[in-house]
Design a binder for this molecule. Structure first.
Ligand SMILES: Cc1ncc(COP(=O)(O)O)c(C=O)c1O
Length: 374
């Protein structure tokens, strides 16, 4: 937030600032999805809906889980919330409180630990290895009798790391020994995996643990529909039921036209995603090379749309004490907004989003390179 505000202030002062701090796709929402939202409004879908979503959308979500993930859910196991963020919050709000612990692998998305704290529960930060992923041994050590959830995010924001089926299988072996622990699988970047990497999700890898897993997803990142605010989840009936009751007293429901637009996204053509993925891939390759050449060490991410670069050498070279100070210096002197790794519980890093055009990214990279070389 501080970076965004600082970038805004510089822009207002007339400075040319490139923002690589955003967490949303730069592509336009496909026409058939826009048309579905317009049609829904014209057809009178403008009022409240069932608290946890219209049946048509729940059916489309169940079909999506079956088609893409090999998961079988009935509609009473599906929740629709106003955004993926709201799904996560609803799950935590109805299931944990003071005295409970939630394991959050790091680097992690900024909202996880704060959401856990808002419930009164305690986030237990668990550092990933060099590949940014947690190991079975580390998970085993972090679990206590008070552990209620393991939050898993793959592909990861901020690192782009993707857990393979084997990685998840090893974690599942640990979880089998600890029946008090559930898994909140944040699959929101599922559509954004590259190269030969295969997306995997815990409920598919460990079907025997299905009644302890919530599989969360949404249309924000896959279909560039961040402003529509639709997220969804499949999970055990008792939890989905509690979330519905909670929503009945809080958000009421996700916006009706957005639900119809999400239905069109899930049931409509998916082939355009290949074109988007190819563009993301090319951008990631360009940026990874440019950032390594500039002294910001990073590897080609397997998924999502972020480069997570180790900036400790540049911090040392510039005599800068923290990654936040470095991000501010890059903003101030190079006019490029990034997000410091400390926001993701991984100090000494910078997150650079490549959800921007190749032209913009090329310009941003040459500005950062000039800053580093200066
Ligand atoms: C890891 C992760 N989970 C969930 C979300 C929430 O997505 P939504 O915009 O649908 O609330 C985000 C958005 O940045 C994210 O990065």
């Amino acid at each position: 937030m501080a970076m965004t505000q600082a970038a805004r202030t510089l822009r207002e002062a007339g400075r040319d600032v490139i923002s690589l701090s955003v967490g949303e796709p730069d592509f336009a929402v496909p026409d058939h999805i826009i048309a579905a939202a317009e049609r829904a409004m014209a057809d009178g879908h403008t009022g409240y809906t069932a608290a946890d979503g219209i049946t048509e959308l729940k059916e489309a979500i169940a079909a999506k889980f079956e088609r893409d993930n090999g998961l079988a859910f009935t509609t009473d196991q599906i929740n629709v919330s106003p955004g993926g963020k709201a799904v996560l919050w609803n799950v935590l709000a109805v299931s944990v409180g003071p005295g409970d612990e939630v394991i959050v692998p790091t680097p992690c998305w900024v909202s996880y630990p704060d959401m856990v704290k808002l419930t009164g529960a305690t986030p237990v930060m668990l550092a990933g290895g060099d590949d940014f992923k947690i190991t079975a041994e580390a998970l085993e050590r972090a679990i206590t009798p008070r552990t209620r959830w393991l939050m898993l995010n793959s592909p990861s924001n901020p690192t782009g790391a993707v857990y393979s089926a084997e990685d998840l299988g090893a974690l599942a072996d640990v979880l089998r020994r600890h029946p008090q622990v559930m898994v909140l699988s944040d699959d929101i970047y599922e559509a954004l995996v590259y190269g030969n990497v295969r997306f995997a999700t815990m409920a598919r890898v460990a079907p025997d643990l299905a009644d302890r897993i919530v599989t969360m997803n949404g249309v924000s990142k896959a279909y560039a529909m961040t402003g529509f605010r639709i997220g969804y989840a499949g999970g055990p009936v008792w939890l989905i039921d509690a979330m519905r009751k909670f929503m009945g007293q809080t958000t009421s429901c996700a916006a009706a036209p957005s639900q119809w637009a999400a239905l069109a996204a899930l049931n409509g053509p998916q082939d355009f995603l290949d074109g988007w993925r190819a563009q993301y891939r090319a951008r990631a390759a360009m940026m990874t090379e440019a950032m390594n050449a500039a002294g910001l060490s990073c590897s080609l991410p397997d998924g999502a749309f972020y480069i997570f670069a180790d900036c400790r050498d540049i911090m040392a070279a510039k005599g800068v004490g923290t990654d936040a100070d470095l991000a501010m210096a890059i903003l101030d002197r190079a006019g490029v907004a990034t997000v410091p790794g400390s926001a993701f519980h991984a100090p000494g890093h910078l997150r650079l989003s490549y959800a921007a055009s190749m032209e913009t990214l090329t310009q941003a990279c040459s500005r950062i390179a000039a800053f580093c070389a200066d």
